[in-house]
Design a protein around this ligand. Structure first.
Ligand code: AMP
Length: 222
């Protein structure tokens, strides 16, 4: 399995909640099968809805808009990353989120022979972030993301991809959003300087239309 993993490039999508990490990863992976999308938040939401051990441990912190423990997230992500076979560019959405998680990722990359290719920082004004999060809807079935003004499904309230219902996430309420943004500043923003110092950071201003931002991300990945 190790030989197969040598051809895995890893791209970290870094940015605040609502910056469009999931949307970018969904668009890129639907356009080109070389891209695979791994969302730590979606994995956790699935674990919570299945009430697995990890889900039960994560549930409270997620509701409060706090981070789950580095150990729990590392355990979950590690199995998934090490289980990926074949050549691909893995788009990490939501992981790493702390300096400790970045170190854990470095170890995983070393042990599976993958390459950390780039860190794309999706930079968005804070007030835009709040609007994006408040209007966000996700599919209960496949987790695809929508927005009540900017990413509309063909049929109101129904996912284009799997036909399941679209709902607001439990943590997408105004009170939790402010807290999540402050957690982002305190715990995740230090990664910007970390990856900049390693020459991996690509800053993308994510202010315009989604398609334009997708093109900017593709250019950043060169
Ligand atoms: P997201 O879908 O990326 O916004 O994540 C939703 C929630 O899942 C976050 O607010 C955290 O509670 C939790 N979470 C997701 N990824 C991580 C991570 N890498 N480390 C800690 N908590 C995470």
């Amino acid at each position: 399995m190790l030989l197969l993993l040598i051809h895995m490039k890893i791209v970290i999508l870094l940015g605040a909640p609502g910056s469009g990490k999931g949307t970018m990863a969904e668009r890129l992976s639907s356009q080109d099968p070389v891209f695979r999308h791994l969302s730590s938040g979606s994995m956790l939401r699935e674990a919570v809805s299945n009430q697995t051990r990890a889900g039960r441990l994560a549930e409270g912190a997620m509701k409060r808009g706090e981070l789950v423990s580095d150990e729990l997230i590392a355990e979950m992500i590690k199995d998934t990353i090490l289980g990926i076979e074949g050549e691909c560019t893995l788009l990490l959405d939501g992981f790493p989120r702390t300096v400790a998680q970045a170190a854990i990722l470095d170890q995983m990359i070393e042990s599976c022979g993958a390459q950390l290719w780039a860190v794309v920082w999706l930079d968005v004004d804070e007030e835009d972030l709040v609007d994006r999060i408040v209007g966000r809807r996700v599919c209960l079935g496949c987790g695809a993301g929508y927005h009540i003004e900017t990413i509309l499904p063909e049929k109101d309230g129904v996912c284009d991809l799997c036909g399941e219902a679209l709902v607001a996430r439990k943590d997408d309420n105004l009170e939790t959003i402010r807290h999540r943004l402050s957690v982002y500043k305190a715990s995740t923003m230090p990664l910007i300087d970390l990856y900049r110092s390693r020459g991996l950071l690509r800053r993308v201003m994510s202010a315009g239309a989604i398609n334009e931002t997708v093109e900017l991300v593709k250019n950043a990945l060169g």
